[in-house]
Design a protein around this ligand. Structure first.
Ligand SMILES: [Zn+2]
Ligand SMILES: [Zn+2]
Ligand SMILES: [Zn+2]
Length: 181
């Protein structure tokens, strides 16, 4: 994860004006342990800057994502943002659906992708979702228990399990569980 100063540095090097709000956003993401929704960020910012609009916050998140300081992941319950990894070599992520920890994976499927003739690739995404070792142990011993920090997990149980088995099928031959640490 990038530090507050690294985030500010990248933004300013790419010509973005470093306002007090953007500095606060940089600190928020550098210190956040997991993913934040735009709503989380708005609620935090709004306490500090009264009268701030959701659109302004969202625009800043977009800009920060485009500049590569934030990563955006689409979860079942919506888009979430996190400070970009500080590893600068190209990599992808395995993401735990329960605790939202991410594990870097060096494998890139682009090398194996058939490309239509003269197709110019600008960017690509490859994300693998599942459950980490700790969460698997927890989920296994406490079925249906909702001792999570985020609310509303109960209703998503079946969907998550479907997703998990779909992933297991898709990754047959490659041990997803074994690689997830
Ligand atoms: Zn990463
Ligand atoms: Zn986990
Ligand atoms: Zn890649």
């Amino acid at each position: 994860m990038l530090s507050t100063e690294q985030i500010i540095d990248i933004m300013s090097k790419q010509g973005l004006r470093i306002t007090d709000q953007r500095r606060t956003l940089a600190r928020l993401f550098a210190e956040a342990p997991g993913y934040l929704t735009a709503k989380d960020v708005y609620e935090y910012m709004e306490r500090k800057y009264s009268g701030l609009s959701f659109d302004t916050v969202y625009r800043n998140l977009r800009v920060m994502q485009e500049l590569g300081v934030l990563e955006q992941i689409v979860f079942e319950d919506g888009v979430k943002f996190k400070s970009h990894c500080s590893q600068d070599h190209h990599h992808h992520h395995m993401i735990c659906l329960q605790c939202e920890k991410t594990y870097p994976i060096a494998f890139c499927p682009m090398d194996m992708t058939d490309m239509p003739e003269q197709f110019e690739v600008i960017r690509h995404k490859f994300e693998v979702f599942g459950y980490c070792k700790d969460c698997r142990a927890q989920l296994g011993s406490l079925p249906g228990e909702s001792g999570h920090t985020t609310g509303g997990d109960g209703k998503e149980g079946p969907a998550l399990h479907m997703k998990k088995s779909a992933l297991a099928t898709a990754a047959a031959g490659e041990s997803v569980a074994g690689k997830s640490q």
